[in-house]
Write a protein that binds this ligand. Structure first.
Ligand code: MN
Ligand code: MN
Length: 321
């Protein structure tokens, strides 16, 4: 269940209204790398591991709920930045609080002018945040990534935290408000924390590479196709051992000739690795059975009744019945 508490997680403050920045900040409210995306992604992923991986479920729900708290902080900040849009702006009174905050009539007119950059704030939302990105695209569930496999989902989440961190870093360049900057720095830093939580959780699942179960074709896992001719470079991506599977990289310098010689790679040989088609098939079977039994053990009901949660009363009487 969700339980709302009215204090924000972080004491978000704003020194003066700024419609221009409110519009930019919408990117983290309803944008593809924003807080709602993060919250919904981790929330949706959590269902699949509730029984089999209760520790990861706990972490995903903690972080999903924290992301909702960030969404609230971003919304509150946008609301503060929009101070006056729905009230004093429509009121010509010179002694309005907004006039005092904005230092005179010229500043107020400039503010109205800026407000027109996003007329949504004026004529649709009436001065509240809209669930869109900074150019008005509506939030979309297509931003959500989840594959139902933790070795895949946790990596997707590391990517999500990376892009969220970068958007905050970029947003910080576009405001001089020290209070807004303080909040953005906090939100950016939490993404850095989450990145590491997902990485640490991924490391506890072994083996976790390749993502998922199927171990992949050893003929192609260590081949580097030199597909871009000209100045060629060597690096750990094509020289020495591959970082995860520890196979020797095999550079195919003339991909066209190679493709023709191998009948379109159908006659490709395994090279530079101890993996064979046989060993891979064996690993596929073993890992598949292991993951299946983990899920089955956790999800098949003993008495035919499925129950998502255990309540206190049940815990007390379970032994006696
Ligand atoms: Mn966040
Ligand atoms: Mn995050």
């Amino acid at each position: 269940m969700f339980h709302h508490v009215k204090e924000l997680q972080f004491n978000a403050r704003v020194s003066k209204p700024d419609i221009r920045f409110a519009k930019l900040l919408l990117e983290q409210f309803g944008g593809p790398n924003g807080e709602l995306k993060a919250a919904m992604q981790y929330f949706v992923q959590a269902f699949g591991c509730r029984k089999a991986y209760p520790d990861k479920y706990d972490m995903l729900m903690d972080i999903a709920t924290e992301e909702f708290s960030h969404l609230e902080i971003v919304g509150a900040t946008i609301q503060m930045l929009l101070t006056g849009v729905n009230g004093e702006l429509k009121n010509a009174a010179d002694e309005s609080d907004l006039n005092k905050m904005l230092d005179g009539k010229a500043a107020k007119e400039n503010y109205i002018h800026e407000a027109m950059i996003n007329p949504h704030f004026f004529i649709v939302s009436g001065g509240t945040p809209t669930l869109t990105d900074s150019v008005g695209n509506p939030w979309s569930a297509s931003y959500i990534m989840g594959m139902g496999d933790l070795t895949a989902d946790l990596r997707l989440n590391i990517g999500a935290e990376t892009s969220a961190k970068m958007v905050y870093e970029n947003l910080m360049k576009f405001t001089d408000d020290v209070y807004v900057k303080e909040t953005l720095r906090y939100l950016m830093t939490r993404e850095v924390a989450h990145f590491q939580m997902f990485q640490a959780a991924l490391d506890t699942i072994q083996p976790n590479f390749p993502p998922g179960i199927l171990q992949s074709d050893p003929r192609f896992s260590n081949k580097y196709f030199n597909m871009s001719k000209g100045e060629d470079f060597k690096g750990p991506w094509n020289d020495g051992k591959s970082p995860e599977l520890q196979e020797e990289w095999q550079v195919i310098d003339d991909p066209l000739e190679h493709v023709r010689e191998t009948n379109g790679l159908l006659k490709e040989k395994v090279a530079g690795t101890e993996r064979t088609d046989k060993s891979v098939q064996k690993e596929n079977k073993a890992l598949s059975a292991e993951r299946k039994s983990q899920v089955d053990q956790a999800t098949l009901p003993e008495n035919g009744i499925m129950s998502w949660s255990v309540y206190e009363d049940q815990q007390l009487t379970n032994g006696k019945k």
